[in-house]
Structures are given as C-alpha cells and as structure tokens.
Design a protein around this ligand. Structure first.
Ligand SMILES: [Zn+2]
Length: 120
C-alpha cells in the first residue's frame, strides 16, 4: 500500500519519550517517517479527512533515518531501534533500507519493504 494511504507522516524533533509530526511533504528536515501497518490494516475500514488517508484502528510503525537531510539523526534516547537508510524526496518516492521487520515484538506479522513510497 502507498504510504499516503497508510497515514504516512514525517517526524522531527525526536527526544526521549517522543517526537513531533513535522507536517508537509518534503523529507528535508525529517528525522523519520511514521506510517500505519499494511499487514494489520487488512480488513479494517479506511477513513480520510482533508489531508490524510488512514486505516481505522491500525497501529503505526516508526522508522528513523540513518541519513536524514537537514536534520540530525534521532538519538537512541528517542528510539532504541536501528536507523534505516532512506532515499527519495517525499512520501511518494521514499525508499528505506533494509527491510522493516515488526515480527519480533509479537502480535504483528509485517516484515516488508518501503520502496518508492509503497510499503509491501
Ligand atoms: Zn502490524
């Protein structure tokens, strides 16, 4: 599914215990990306408002970048997970490497790739 249909949003100002939604379309200045889980969202109803397309009741996946543009790498205090290498300029062409594996925590079966703005 497209990140746009998974309520994809860039985040910045990550700190111990949180982060802020950056808003806007550009990856510049973003420390990471937040999007809903394409696996757990299967069969759930879709919703939208003026700016966002989302899946009702689906959980979110947060990925911080190893190579943010115009922002510092998020500190380990903000999130202990590894950092992903990103390329692209917006939600529509964002690519992350390596794959995103959510299966280790239990309860989620998503292990996939974000390529050219699509989570598969
Ligand atoms: Zn999931």
């Amino acid at each position: 599914m497209r990140l746009r249909d998974l309520d994809g949003q860039f985040v910045h100002n990550a700190h111990a215990g949180g982060y802020f939604i950056r808003g806007g379309d550009s990856v510049d200045g973003a420390q990471g990306v937040l999007f809903q889980c394409p696996s757990c969202g299967v069969g759930k109803p879709h919703g939208c408002d003026s700016e966002r397309n989302y899946i009702e009741g689906d959980h979110y996946i947060l990925v911080f970048f190893a190579n943010p543009h115009g922002a510092e790498v998020a500190s380990p205090a903000a999130d202990a997970n590894p950092r992903w290498t990103m390329s692209g300029t917006t939600l529509d062409d964002l690519t992350l490497s390596p794959s995103v594996d959510c299966t280790k925590g239990g309860g989620c079966s998503f292990h996939g790739w974000v390529t050219n703005g699509e989570a598969t």
